[in-house]
Design a protein around this ligand. Structure first.
Ligand code: FE
Ligand code: FE
Ligand code: MG
Length: 167
């Protein structure tokens, strides 16, 4: 923890740490959901979609690194046990129980939409209060927005392909 770095955040630090730990738990769940989905996936375009899911998994893990570092800088402790991830996360873990491409894409699109709302919330809570966290949240938000668009455009391609194939 950096003492002066924590001091400038003032009395908001506990609330910001709470939001950061929620985001941290969500990132690990997102990582695992993507990582396992990429292994189990079945159906049309599965290779292209699996490659994107695998890339997103590594990007979510990198978000977890950024968030953990910021939690530690502020004197907090990242969630210590995986058993707590689902409790802490504001975004649901959607198990890839049905490996069909479209189902996995829809689950992960919902996950990205939740992440976008969560980082928007973190930005609202830190604006003019904690510039370092604000800047980090913006960096991550940019990538979550990209993730959503990547998945939605794959979903669109899949729909077009299935529709045309059935004519
Ligand atoms: Fe993320
Ligand atoms: Fe993402
Ligand atoms: Mg991508």
């Amino acid at each position: 923890m950096g003492t002066r770095g924590r001091e400038i955040v003032g009395q908001h630090v506990d609330h910001i740490l709470k939001l950061l730990n929620q985001a941290y738990a969500s990132e690990w769940l997102a990582y695992y959901q993507y990582w396992l989905g990429a292994k189990l996936i079945k159906g049309p375009m599965k290779d292209a979609v699996a490659a994107e899911l695998t890339l997103h998994a590594t990007e979510e893990l990198n978000h977890a690194v950024l968030v953990a570092n910021r939690i530690i800088q502020l004197g907090g402790t990242p969630v210590l046990t995986p058993a707590k991830w689902a409790d802490e996360s504001p975004c649901a873990y959607d198990a890839p129980a049905d490996p069909y491409v479209a189902v996995l894409l829809d689950q992960n699109i919902a996950g990205e939409q939740c992440a976008i709302s969560a980082y928007k919330g973190l930005m609202d809570a830190t604006k003019d209060i904690d510039m370092v966290t604000y800047n980090m949240a913006l960096t991550i938000l940019e990538q979550e927005v990209e993730h959503e668009e990547d998945l939605q455009s794959l979903r669109e391609d899949l729909d077009l392909m299935v529709k045309r194939g059935s004519r």
